[in-house]
Write a protein that binds this ligand. Structure first.
Ligand code: SF4
Length: 185
C-alpha cells in the first residue's frame, strides 16, 4: 500500500486518483497500491509518436487541433523521437521501403510501448492491397499492433475513442497481450 497526504477527497475524485481517501481534519489520506498509481500516471501521460505516411495522417492531425483537442486527455505531447514516445500511431500506407524504418522506430521506443494502426492501409494495405506490389498488407506484418481503427480514413472521433480506450485499459493494469485480445474484464 502507498500513502500520500494531505489531499481532499473531491480533488482525488476529480483527478481519478486510484485508491481510497480517508478524511482527516487537515484534508485526507489516500491509500493506494503503487502499481495502481504507476498505471494511473502512465495512462494520463501517453506521448504519441506520429507516423503519418498518407491521407489518414490529416485526420490524425485534426485530433490535435482545437476542435478535437486530444490534449484534454493527456496526449498532447506528440514526439518526433521514438525514445520519448509511448504509443506510435501509424496513419497511412506502409510501403516496402518504409517497413525497416517503422521497425527501427518501434525498436527504439522504450517499454512499455503501444501501437495503433489507424485506417485500412495500416490495418491491411487498404485500397492498395490488390493493385500494387510495393504496399505492406498491414503494419502487423512488421511490428505487433495493439489497437486497430477501421475506416478509410477513420474519423478523428474514432482515433480519440481508441486513445481513450487504450488509456482506460492501461489504467486498469492490462498487459499488452490483454489489450490485444480485447479483454474487457
Ligand atoms: S486508409 Fe484510406 S484515407 Fe487512410 S491512408 Fe489509406 S487510402 Fe488514405
Amino acid at each position: 500500500m502507498f500513502c500520500l497526504q494531505p489531499i481532499s477527497s473531491s480533488a482525488a475524485k476529480q483527478a481519478g486518483f486510484p485508491g481510497e481517501v480517508h478524511e482527516t481534519p487537515g484534508g485526507g489520506v489516500v491509500l493506494s497500491k503503487l502499481d495502481d498509481l504507476i498505471n494511473w500516471a502512465r495512462s494520463n501521460s501517453l506521448w504519441p509518436l506520429t507516423f503519418a505516411t498518407s491521407c489518414c495522417g490529416i485526420e490524425m492531425m485534426a485530433v490535435a487541433s482545437a476542435k478535437y483537442d486530444f490534449s484534454r486527455f493527456g496526449f498532447e505531447v506528440a514526439r518526433a523521437s521514438p525514445r520519448q514516445a509511448d504509443v506510435i500511431i501509424i496513419a497511412g500506407t506502409i510501403v516496402n521501403k518504409m517497413a525497416p524504418v517503422l521497425k527501427r522506430l518501434y525498436d527504439q521506443m522504450a517499454d512499455p510501448k503501444y501501437v495503433i494502426a489507424m485506417g485500412a492501409c495500416a490495418i491491411s494495405g487498404g485500397p492498395f492491397f490488390y493493385n500494387t506490389y510495393s504496399v505492406i498488407k498491414g503494419a502487423d506484418h512488421i511490428i505487433p499492433v495493439d489497437v486497430y481503427i477501421a475506416g478509410c480514413p477513420p474519423r478523428p472521433e474514432a482515433l480519440l475513442h481508441a486513445l481513450i480506450t487504450l488509456q482506460e485499459k492501461i489504467k486498469k493494469g492490462y498487459t499488452r497481450e490483454q489489450i490485444r485480445q480485447g479483454s474487457n474484464s
